[in-house]
Design a protein around this ligand. Structure first.
Ligand code: CP3
Length: 345
């Protein structure tokens, strides 16, 4: 394990305030990097890359070498979990993920109750390879999708603008939907636990579609299942460091931070910064919230937005990041400009 005294990121997760915040970017291993595209071109799909430990370790390390980020995020995908539950998962170029949709409770019947450990084993191998190659001051972050977000893809079979199929399914068949969530809670605990065992220093739970739910459904389908994952992980590993990122949750972030004893809460770029500082950062470290488009824009707009993020969250535990994944059309010099602005050199 990385010693917390050597990693600014782990110190922040433990509640410390850093003069210069640690920084990493969601989707930092991705298509904006030529070296990523080169390796990506050698394999058939994202999923093949996730299950090829040497290549996955290499793409995990690429952004660390190039930019010196404080955190390496494991290269994998949230959809490896449905794949391990026996669902077909593929990625269509320029369109995103495709799964067999689930249209009725009957179609839930053939989902395995437990994830196939052999399917996920290569991911743990990637963790071990990355861990062995990382400098001691760079922490390794594992992750999974939150049950709600993973369920939205499993029900719709793809990304939709508002993941209406899962919302409708949850209203029409709450018991069947609950069963799917239970399966995903158990599989996520198993998956994150395997990542910790293989060497990650912390994990992040991505709830990309949290913000489309009304408050009561947000509590039932986002907060409660995430809480069960956090509790189970900490029972196995007291002190396990966990970040939650309920994208789009807005003012619901306050109850999220209150209900879950997380080390950090992710902030997207739409949140009111004063609200986040007062109601969220008072309970946990926060991580975010630069608009990914400001990084595409560069120039004075980028400087101004970086300064605004720093001004809002300095003086309390804070990890600099984007408010969502880095966009494929982001110019590399803009990432360098951002880092100079944050680190003051
Ligand atoms: O952050 C990192 O660098 C680690 C790798 C990572 C990937 N997916 C690899 C990937 C992480 C953390 C994820 C998480 C993920 N995957 C989320 C949650 C975070 C978020 O962005 O909302 C979600 C919803 C998914 C599901 C997923 N995977 C979608 C919707 C897509 C297609 C959209 C797209 O950007 O193309 C993917 C494909 C995917 N997963 C890519 C990468 C780098 C891009 C495709 C490619 O390289 O061919």
């Amino acid at each position: 394990m990385v010693d917390r005294w050597e990693s600014a990121f782990l110190r922040v997760l433990d509640g410390s305030v850093e003069q210069v915040p640690p920084v990493w970017l969601m989707r930092q291993a991705g298509r904006y990097l030529p070296e990523y595209r080169e390796i990506r071109g050698r394999v058939g799909s994202v999923l093949d890359l996730c299950f090829a430990p040497k290549l996955a370790a290499e793409v995990t390390l690429q952004p660390i070498r190039r930019f010196g980020f404080d955190v390496a995020i494991l290269f994998s995908d949230i959809l490896v979990v449905p794949h391990a539950l026996g669902r077909r998962v593929c990625f269509v170029a320029n369109e995103g993920p495709r799964l067999d949709p689930i249209r009725s409770p009957a179609e839930l019947a053939d989902i395995e109750a437990e994830a196939d450990a052999a399917v996920l084993a290569p991911v743990y191998e990637t963790v071990a390879l990355v861990k062995a190659a990382l400098p001691r001051n760079v922490a390794l972050l594992g992750f999974c999708g939150a049950p709600w977000t993973v369920a939205t893809y499993m029900i719709a079979g793809k990304s939709t603008p508002d993941q209406a199929p899962a919302r409708l399914f949850a209203y029409q068949h709450p018991e069947a939907f609950e069963r799917l969530i239970d399966i995903l809670v158990a599989a996520s605990v198993e998956y994150l636990s395997g990542q910790f065992q293989a060497g990650v220093d912390a994990v992040q739970i991505f709830d990309t579609w949290a913000g489309i739910l009304p408050p009561a459904e947000f509590q039932r389908w986002c907060v409660a299942p995430t809480r069960r994952i956090v509790t189970a992980l900490r029972q196995q590993r007291p002190g396990a460091r966990i970040i939650g990122f309920p994208r789009g949750a807005g003012t619901m972030l306050e109850s999220y931070a209150q209900a879950l004893e997380l080390n950090a809460v992710g902030l997207d770029w739409t949140i009111d910064r004063k609200f986040a500082r007062e109601r969220v950062q008072s309970r946990a470290a926060v991580q975010g919230n630069l608009d990914p488009l400001a990084l595409v824009a560069g120039g004075a707009a980028l400087d101004r937005e970086v300064d605004a993020v720093l001004a809002a969250f300095s003086g309390r535990p804070f990890v600099f990041n984007l408010g969502h994944g880095i966009l494929p059309n982001t110019p590399i010099p803009h990432v360098e400009q951002m880092l100079r602005r944050i680190r003051g050199r």
